[in-house]
Design a protein around this ligand. Structure first.
Ligand code: MF3
Ligand code: CO
Length: 237
């Protein structure tokens, strides 16, 4: 899992360096394909439930699962890049939102709120805590900053398969929540909207956008529960 996390992190880092006005998102996806192969991995997304691209590239009001096409980035776009790789039998999954050239102060605030929400969630990823401790920390931070968390999609356990138990919601729900144990690996992934929480899925069956057209950001790490501090497996070295 450490090795797979490292490959996923490097591909995401490399891909993010390519984001600038004028580049097409298809070029970004093809570059990701090259980098995944360079590091000896395979896309964990391509073919998953029929998903048609190497990565997910979600621009502005697209929340997640944006499919690369000929669209070219323009100055001020915010671009969520989601990279999952299979490496030596294990999966690393990570995402981040970056800007094409530069962005508005309100877009920048959304990115900072979302990345910090991920950090707040990771901070709770400790043996003995419950999954709901992660959820509560993320939601509390996001909502106290006037943004909203998406409900329809959640983080997840990750291992030999992309989506394993348990689900890791970014919002608190009444009821029982699993206890975290050393050795578990979780993909923690807040999806945060500047406007309302509601999303809709476009006719392609994947592209998920905010209902109100507001900007959305997404940050994700694969995290190992240990006997001590959480270990983020998707920091690039
Ligand atoms: N990081 C997302 C997830 O874990 C990306 C999945 S895209 C899919 O759910 F195509 F693989 F579904
Ligand atoms: Co994920």
């Amino acid at each position: 899992m450490r090795a797979a996390g490292q490959v996923a992190a490097r591909v995401l880092r490399d891909m993010a360096q390519m984001v600038q006005p004028g580049v097409s998102i298809l070029e970004l996806d093809q570059y990701a394909k090259d980098r995944i192969a360079f590091y000896g991995g395979k896309s964990a997304f391509l073919g998953y439930c029929g998903y048609p691209a190497q990565t997910c590239i979600s621009v502005n009001e697209v929340v997640i699962h944006g499919i690369a096409d000929s669209r070219r980035l323009v100055l001020g776009d915010i671009v969520s890049l989601d990279v999952g790789v299979l490496y030596n039998g294990y999966i690393g999954d990570n995402a981040k939102t970056v800007v094409a050239g530069g962005c508005s102060p309100e877009a920048q605030r959304l990115l900072t709120v979302t990345e910090t929400a991920l950090c707040k969630g990771i901070e709770q990823a400790r043996a003995g805590n419950k999954v709901s401790d992660i959820s509560r920390a993320v939601q509390g931070w996001v909502e106290s900053n006037g943004c909203s968390v998406v409900r329809e999609f959640v983080g997840h356990g990750v291992g030999r398969r992309l989506h394993e138990e348990p689900q890791v919601p970014n919002f608190w729900e009444a009821g029982k929540s699993p206890t975290l144990l050393p050795g578990m690996t979780l993909a923690i992934e807040p999806m945060v909207n500047l406007g309302k929480a509601e999303v809709k899925i476009l006719k392609d069956g994947w592209t998920t956008v905010t209902k109100d057209g507001s900007l959305s950001a997404h940050f994700e790490h694969t995290v190992l529960i240990t006997n001590g501090e959480p270990e983020v497996l998707t920091w690039p070295d």
